[in-house]
Design a binder for this molecule. Structure first.
Ligand code: SAH
Length: 231
C-alpha cells in the first residue's frame, strides 16, 4: 500500500515513521510513505499556501489552489482503491473498522490542515473522506495523519508477524469489537498484587473464559458506549 501525505511541514514525519513496526514495514517494502511539501505547488515568491477567511474572523486558512493541484498531480486518477482523506476536527471519527477499510486500498492520500483550517471546497470537492481522530482540536493535521498511517499500517498483510494479533486486540474482529483483556507478565506477585490465579494454571479453556469475561467487565467499566451503553 502507498500512503501520500500533503503537508507544509514535511520534516515532521521523520520521528513518527522512523521507529518500530512502521519503520520495519517500509524497509521490508510492505508499504511506502511519500511525503509531499504543499509549497511545491505554489508559484509566488513567498510560496504562499494560506489566506484570510471571507466574512472575517481570526487566523488564516489553507488556500484551495495548491491543495487541488497537489492532489491532482500525486493521484491523477482516483478509483475505488485510491482515496483521499482530509484530516479535520469536523470529520467523522476515525475508528478501527475505518482503519480496516483503508487497509484494503492501494493508495491513500492524506491532507494535513494547519492554522484555522482549510477552505471548505477541499472537503466538498477534493477529499473522499473528512476524518477526525477524536473530539479535540489539534494545531495541525500531521499528528492525526501519523496516527492514521500507524493504525492502518499494522493491519497490512505481513506487517505484524502474526496476523491474529491484530484480530484479537481491542476493537478487533475476533474480539467482538470491545476492549482487549487485561494482560500480565512476571513477577506473579508484585508489591503484594497478584496475577489472577487462573492465568498461572495452564487450563486453556478456563483462561479463554476468564479473558472474555475480563474484556467485557473492563469494557463495561471504561467504555460502556462500545456495548450500546453511555460513556
Ligand atoms: N478551526 C478548525 C480547527 C483547525 S485546527 C475547527 O474549529 O474545526 C488546524 C488543523 O488541524 C485542521 O485543519 C486539521 O487538519 C487538524 N486537526 C485539528 N484537530 C483535528 C482532529 N481532531 N482530527 C484530525 N485533524 C485535526
Amino acid at each position: 500500500m502507498r500512503f501520500h501525505i500533503v503537508t507544509i511541514f514535511p520534516d515532521f514525519f521523520t520521528g513518527p515513521f522512523g521507529y518500530g513496526v512502521v519503520s520495519r514495514a517500509q524497509a521490508a517494502g510492505l508499504l511506502e510513505i511519500h511525503i509531499h511539501d504543499l509549497r511545491n505547488w505554489t508559484y509566488d515568491r513567498h510560496r504562499t499556501v494560506d489566506d484570510r477567511p471571507f466574512g472575517g474572523g481570526e487566523g488564516m486558512l489553507l488556500k484551495p489552489e495548491p491543495l487541488f493541484e497537489a492532489v491532482e498531480a500525486i493521484l491523477p486518477e482516483r478509483t475505488a482503491r485510491k482515496k483521499t482523506v482530509l484530516l479535520s476536527a469536523q470529520g467523522a471519527r476515525f475508528t478501527q473498522p475505518m482503519a480496516r477499510e483503508f487497509a484494503q486500498l492501494e493508495d491513500l492520500l492524506l491532507i494535513c490542515g494547519r492554522y484555522e483550517g482549510v477552505d471548505e471546497r477541499v472537503a466538498e470537492h477534493l477529499a473522499d473522506y473528512e476524518v477526525s481522530i477524536g473530539d479535540f482540536v489539534l494545531s495541525g493535521g500531521e499528528l492525526a495523519a501519523a496516527m492514521l498511517v500507524d493504525a492502518v499500517a499494522r493491519l497490512l498483510p505481513g506487517v505484524l508477524g502474526d496476523e491474529r494479533s491484530s484480530r484479537n486486540e481491542s476493537f478487533g474482529e475476533d474480539n467482538e469489537g470491545i476492549l482487549d483483556c487485561p494482560q500480565y507478565t512476571r513477577p506473579a506477585e508484585f508489591r503484594g498484587w497478584k496475577v489472577p490465579e487462573v492465568l498461572l494454571g495452564g487450563n486453556h479453556e478456563e483462561i479463554k473464559r476468564w479473558r472474555r469475561a475480563a474484556s467485557r467487565e473492563k469494557t463495561q467499566r471504561l467504555r460502556p458506549d462500545l456495548t450500546g451503553g453511555r460513556n
